[in-house]
Design a binder for this molecule. Structure first.
Ligand code: FES
Length: 155
């Protein structure tokens, strides 16, 4: 990608973020809806979006940054193509979720397109270790099952 194209893309993104923030500027408590609007339309909140939102809403960059980093559901990087989210709460821990999580992290280390993360309880405790693979819930997960469920994921 040429430098010019990157700059154009950044300018287009900034204009989009500005438009979204302006749509919420007159609301009471506009920051959360504006940030959700950016995630809904652009997939994540880039660090460069923060000053744009702050400017439109008359907030400090620190305030906006604080909210973005406090709420982990505001993605600050593009969404990966694939996700494996494993439960590490108590029942699943008792059924071996910790080594499964560590094995899965190692397996996908260095894969930018795969996000391995942990969550605390899917409410699927008797069937642990539980986890989602690309958003779909599975129980009784093992390394072998994860291999099968992810076998089509090309790097
Ligand atoms: S403890 Fe893992 S699903 Fe509840």
């Amino acid at each position: 990608m040429s430098h010019g194209t990157q700059t154009d893309a950044a300018a287009t993104r900034a204009a989009t973020v500005r438009r979204i923030a302006e749509q919420h500027a007159s609301a009471r408590g506009p920051l959360m809806p504006a940030l959700h609007g950016v995630v809904a339309e652009l997939g994540h909140i880039d660090p460069l979006d923060v000053p744009v939102v702050a400017d439109v809403l008359n907030l400090s960059v620190a305030e906006v940054h604080g909210v973005v980093s406090f709420y982990t559901d505001f993605r600050t990087r593009p969404a990966p193509a694939h996700t494996v989210h494993l439960c590490r709460a108590e029942s699943c821990q008792a059924l071996g979720s910790q080594p499964l999580y560590e094995d899965t992290v190692r397996r996908f280390a260095g894969r930018e397109d795969v996000e391995v993360d942990h969550v605390f309880c899917f409410g699927n405790c008797p069937l642990g270790p539980s986890g989602t693979v690309d958003g779909r819930l599975h129980g009784r997960l093992t390394p072998e099952r994860i291999t099968r469920l992810t076998q089509d994921w090309q790097p």
